[in-house]
Write a protein that binds this ligand. Structure first.
Ligand code: ATP
Length: 240
């Protein structure tokens, strides 16, 4: 029989009081793929990431991780099952060093030797973080903060990595550096769901794309097909 997909959303509904932020959103993410979530401000992208990681309650529908319903589990339990979020705005501990921030991502782990190995692996993805290892997070540039936030998420050894706007506010050269690392992380076998404002960039980076419009899924498909379809490209990507 077919293995269950890494992630499956079924008719997911999330509300903030009277605001329905997600309205029956359904899609599937296959293991080892990169799925990008595109949409305007307020479309529900961050809410989607929070719902998957357990930071906002689900009003209806299901979230399946490798076939297993997780929508009623705590965020901590989901980390243990292999989901990690690098949140929008990064949320590092400003007074802690880069290394200490990274180790915070491993706080649920008991395998200290392997934690050190993973730290080295993250410095491999982001050599800049090794150079800044002893700096307090508050002294980092925006790009370095982003790298540190992604690294911290990786320290829980996720099978599913959620990245909320990793390129937000970064200079083009730094964006390329972050993208190169995301590609590498994906090639090493981690499944990735990524929120990205820059649709063209996002489609080049991903295998699969979903478009949210005011809480509803308006398009889902292979990133290549979307990039190569002139009508869709015009509607979602604007002018080249
Ligand atoms: P952005 O790119 O601006 O972060 P987004 O696509 O991530 O946008 P969300 O942040 O998920 O969108 O917001 C979706 C909708 O839910 C918006 O209408 C927003 O105003 C509303 N919303 C988000 N968080 C809350 C909250 N804590 N309380 C009330 N409404 C909220």
């Amino acid at each position: 029989s077919q293995p269950a997909p890494m992630l499956e959303l079924k008719e997911l509904v999330v509300s903030y009081g009277a605001v329905r932020a997600l309205d029956k959103v359904s899609f599937t993410v296959e293991e080892a793929s990169v799925c990008v979530v595109i949409g305007a401000n307020g479309a529900g992208k961050s809410t989607l990431m929070k719902a998957i990681s357990g930071l906002v309650p689900v009003a209806a529908g299901e979230i399946l991780l490798e076939g297993r319903p997780i929508q009623n589990m705590s965020a901590e339990r989901r980390v243990n099952l292999g989901i990690a979020l690098s949140p929008e705005g990064r949320r590092l501990f400003p007074e802690l060093t880069v290394r200490e921030n990274l180790l915070m991502g491993a706080y649920l782990r008991r395998d200290q030797v392997e934690v050190t190995v993973d730290l080295e692996r993250i410095y491999g993805y982001f050599p800049r973080l090794l150079e800044r290892e002893k700096s307090q997070a508050r002294h980092l540039s925006g790009g370095e903060q982003q790298m540190c936030a992604i690294g911290r998420a990786l320290m829980s050894q996720p099978r599913l990595l959620l990245l909320d706007e990793p390129s937000l506010g970064l200079a083009p050269a730094v964006i390329l550096e972050v993208i190169r690392a995301i590609r590498q992380i994906s090639q090493d076998g981690t499944t990735i769901v990524l929120v990205e404002q820059n649709a063209r960039l996002a489609l080049k980076l991903s295998n699969h794309a979903v478009v949210l419009e005011t809480g509803r899924l308006s398009l889902a498909g292979d990133s290549k097909d979307i990039l190569n379809n002139p009508q869709i490209a015009a509607a979602y990507l604007g002018r080249a």
